[in-house]
Write a protein that binds this ligand. Structure first.
Ligand code: UFG
Length: 337
């Protein structure tokens, strides 16, 4: 089988390439490297022992994408390529809709032209917004609260509408909760550009001395200790979920599934777990809530367990250990020291 991975040099994409290639899948990557390093793919090749054909293109470019589909006999697509920073999406909505919705539409047109009928779409728990009931079931009505989350919810609706007419298509939207961690080799991991927005890369960069203090965004939420609760999930569990999803896409239609663990962890609990793993005290300060944040997002992971036979296997300490290993071995990320 041959799978096109868009955004294959990014955090989740690069781990997905390793997992697919080690399971005998031929992988082709497109990535514009706007938020990823081509070095990630060198590391992927080193880990799996084969070169991964990769194209530096923007998925919105019809001619470029067409040339990739013409050059490879692609059976299925995993579509990660997108912008993903919530705060940035509020400041740059047009760019977010253009990349995330426009990129998806161009991909779908190209897939249709080449009769590629299987797609896994990278969706997000952020589409649920401030859900009334936690853990969150897939049937919870989406209430996205920012442009990023709306692009993901629109993507799902576009795919459901497309599957109604493209009757051979099998499409699965996977709604990730909070992917963190790294491949256990320490060779690939999360390497955000600039100061990290997300908690785990902030912690790893703090521990390695690139940052000086964690700001904990609010301690007055109605949660176990007042700080925000999230369902952190190991990136290798996430990508294994994609492979298993592809294997299960034998019947046509559109489906959405949560990829989470079902376990919530607060900011202070994650800080404590990470402190235990890295063996040093990390300075922090409680500050105001971050605009747009919600108190608690935790998956009900049962539907994926029933439909795919897939469950996350790694716990929060595994996530901290692997994220820390990557950061320690690559203090400057993929950039040479
Ligand atoms: N947090 C802090 N300090 C920080 C960063 C985060 O206290 O410096 C808190 C947040 O307030 C939140 C928790 O840590 O309670 C997790 O925040 P993240 O920024 O790590 O992740 P989010 O839950 O905000 O999730 C967002 C998007 C998801 C996306 C995820 C990873 O909503 O769709 O980032 O990109 F998947």
């Amino acid at each position: 089988m041959s799978v096109l991975v868009t955004g294959g040099a990014g955090f989740i994409g690069s781990h997905c390439c390793v997992d697919l290639a080690t399971h005998g899948v031929d992988v082709v990557v497109v990535d514009d490297h706007s938020n990823s390093s081509p070095r990630a793919l060198d590391r992927v090749a080193e880990l799996v022992g084969v070169e991964i054909p990769s194209y530096e293109i923007d998925v919105r470019d019809p001619a470029e994408l067409e040339s990739v589909f013409a050059a490879h006999d692609i059976d299925a697509v995993i579509h990660f390529a997108a912008r993903k920073a919530v705060g940035e999406s509020v400041a740059m909505p047009i760019e977010y809709y253009e990349s995330n919705v426009g990129g998806l539409l161009n991909l779908l047109r190209t897939m249709r032209a080449h009769e590629v009928d299987r797609l896994v779409f990278s969706s997000s728990c952020s589409i649920y917004g401030d859900a009334d009931d936690v853990p969150i079931l897939e049937d919870t009505p989406p209430r996205p609260t920012n442009p990023y989350a709306r692009t993901k919810w629109m993507g799902e609706q576009i795919l459901a509408d497309a599957c109604a007419v493209e009757t051979a298509w099998s499409v699965m939207a996977l709604r990730y909760f909070n992917p963190v961690g790294a491949h256990e080799s320490g060779r690939i991991g999360e390497d955000p550009r600039g100061i990290p927005n997300n908690l785990m890369p902030y912690l790893t960069q703090l521990a390695v001395g690139r940052l000086h203090e964690l700001s904990v965004f609010g301690d007055d939420y109605p949660t176990v200790d007042g700080t925000g609760v999230r369902d952190y999930i190991h990136v290798m569990d996430v990508v294994e979920g994609h492979r298993v999803a592809l294997e299960h896409m034998t019947s046509p239609g559109f489906r959405s599934l949560n990829l989470g663990t079902g376990t919530g962890t607060s900011v202070l609990q994650l800080l404590a777990a990470f402190t235990e793993v890295c063996g040093r005290e990390l300075p922090y300060r409680i500050v105001a809530r971050r605009p747009g944040d919600v108190a608690e997002l935790v998956a009900d992971p049962e539907r994926a367990a029933v439909e795919l036979g897939w469950r996350a296997r790694r716990d929060v300490l595994d996530m901290c250990r692997d994220a820390w290993r990557f950061q320690q071995e690559n203090p400057g990320g993929y950039e040479p020291a």
